[in-house]
Design a protein around this ligand. Structure first.
Ligand SMILES: NC(=O)c1ccc[n+]([C@@H]2O[C@H](COP(=O)([O-])OP(=O)(O)OC[C@H]3O[C@@H](n4cnc5c(N)ncnc54)[C@H](O)[C@@H]3O)[C@@H](O)[C@H]2O)c1
Length: 267
């Protein structure tokens, strides 16, 4: 089997939520560069305009936490494109600082008992509830077709504790990871494969672009055996793998891409 056939994603109708920036944009670029028909769903119209043009993609401005708008975006996409093959359910927001600062001191403002209810609600609405709705919409359209691929961006926070990320984020990503497994079990009979990518720290616009700061990168790289954070091109291979025939016997899996962070601290 040739690599070109194994990783063939040509003509696949591919929706990427949160596709105008960061990890979603990296997926979208890998798919578009290899001949897929990519549709970006995102809130940010300015970025959508720029990236849609650059990738030769299409886009829909949609807030995935608005269930009606989300369903409308999927329905219009399928009406225009004729089918839905791949969905990267990726839109998400960061968890904000945790109970320790980067230099290992207690961050009292972020103590467990001080976290506000609306912070919990905001994180869960996007990272868990909207993900559930996205998988529902994808399943509805893929069942009507010949099946498809749903690829969820979870996080290494789904399975490990975090001192520098807020508790609601960790809990919401754990919910996302288990949703992937449950959806995979139910949807396998319809040839809909559901898998997760669990990234470690990637330099994106998340949390106001905090990880773009060189000081933050240097501090966090110490927790990473490969001694650096991740960038767009570090995740694109997994996007192609999970969307293509190369992974056709995989479902319910979670693939970690974290430069070794989950192996443990070297210091
Ligand atoms: N960057 C990391 O270190 C990291 C690590 C693990 C997991 N993740 C996960 O990766 C995913 C993507 O994050 P990123 O780092 O690329 O961040 P990012 O901020 O660069 O990109 C997120 C995109 O989602 C869009 N978005 C946010 N809310 C939305 C909404 N309600 N509706 C539609 N679009 C919305 C934003 O406009 C943005 O374009 C998230 O689910 C995040 O939790 C990121």
């Amino acid at each position: 089997m040739k690599a070109a056939d194994l990783f063939d994603v040509r003509d696949l109708v591919t929706v990427v939520t949160g596709g105008a920036s960061g990890i979603g944009l990296a997926y979208a670029e890998a798919m578009a560069d290899n001949g897929a028909n990519v549709i970006l769903f995102d809130l940010d119209q300015t970025r959508l305009d720029a990236e849609t043009k650059r990738l030769g993609a299409r886009s829909v401005r949609a807030d995935v936490t608005d269930r009606e708008a989300l369903n409308r975006a999927f329905d219009e996409t399928v009406r225009d494109m004729g089918r839905l093959d791949v969905v990267f359910a990726n839109a998400g927001i960061g968890g904000g600082p945790g109970f320790l600062t980067l230099d290992g001191k207690r961050n009292d403002e972020r103590a467990f008992e001080k976290l506000e209810p609306d912070y919990w609600d905001r994180i869960f609405k996007l990272d868990a509830t909207a993900l559930f709705w996205t998988i529902q919409a994808a399943a509805r359209h893929m069942k009507a077709g010949k099946g498809g691929r749903i690829i969820v961006t979870s996080s290494i926070s789904a399975t490990k504790t975090e001192s520098m990320v807020g508790a609601p984020y960790v809990a919401a990503k754990a919910a996302a990871a288990q949703l992937v497994r449950q959806a995979a079990l139910e949807l396998a009979a319809y040839n809909i494969l559901v898998n997760a990518i669990a990234p470690g720290p990637f330099v994106t616009n998340i949390s106001g672009g905090r990880l773009k700061d060189e000081g933050v990168q240097e501090a966090l790289a110490k927790f990473c055996p490969l001694n650096r954070l991740g960038f767009s091109d570090d995740i694109q291979g997994l996007a192609l793998f999970l969307a293509s025939p190369a992974s056709k016997y995989m479902t319910g899996a979670s693939l970690t891409v974290d430069g070794g962070v989950t192996l443990g601290y070297l210091g």
